[in-house]
Design a protein around this ligand. Sequence first.
Ligand code: ZN
Length: 226
Amino acid sequence: MTIYIGMIIAGILLFFILKSPYKYPYFVHYFDVSGKRKPQKEDLLDKFLNEGNFYLIEQHNEKVQNWKEDCQKKLEKGVLKNFRTKQYHKILNDDNAFQFVLTRQQTRYRQRNYIKSSYKVDSVDSQFSCSYLYIKNRNEQLKEINSECTLREYHSKNQRKLMTKELRKKIMTRDNYTCKLCGKYMPDEVGLHIDHIIPVSKGGKTIVSNLQVLCSKCNGHKSDMV
Ligand SMILES: [Zn+2]
């Protein structure tokens, strides 16, 4: 009997000694995609970066580097060096260090004492992961285009499709409903055009810095010249 107990205890001890002591530090960020029909993961990441969040990625990358250094130091000093080194390398996962989870809020109902009430639950829609270098590279590309839109939008063949109600409103407010060429004021929006400064046909993009308010007269003159 005591032999069995001894074996069980030894087994438990062995399990804890051989268990990997390493835990890779993942970065996890949640995107709320409630109400979005087909959320594009690259767009979500680009918008996150355009909002100036790259410093969070850099901070975390530093954390991973520090963690690696710590592990290396412990490996040098510790016992079971070869075994631990294998365990350490096994859990390294730089390619997927940055994890993004898309969540949706769902409304559910419960009934108690004939009273129906609603409550919200977050459910996971999907997730993706990438490396620090991938994000760094993307962030650099976004900076080159002044972080004005996502890379997909920038390279989209259909720039006109990217003109949204919100963007129109933004340009009208910025330009104070005033034609940038002749100064005509159009608060009722009649005859007001949102013009691509560099025309779409010449590679102009649907981004804030390439848009302006024009009146129909000036817009007409411009298209004549083009
Ligand atoms: Zn005008």
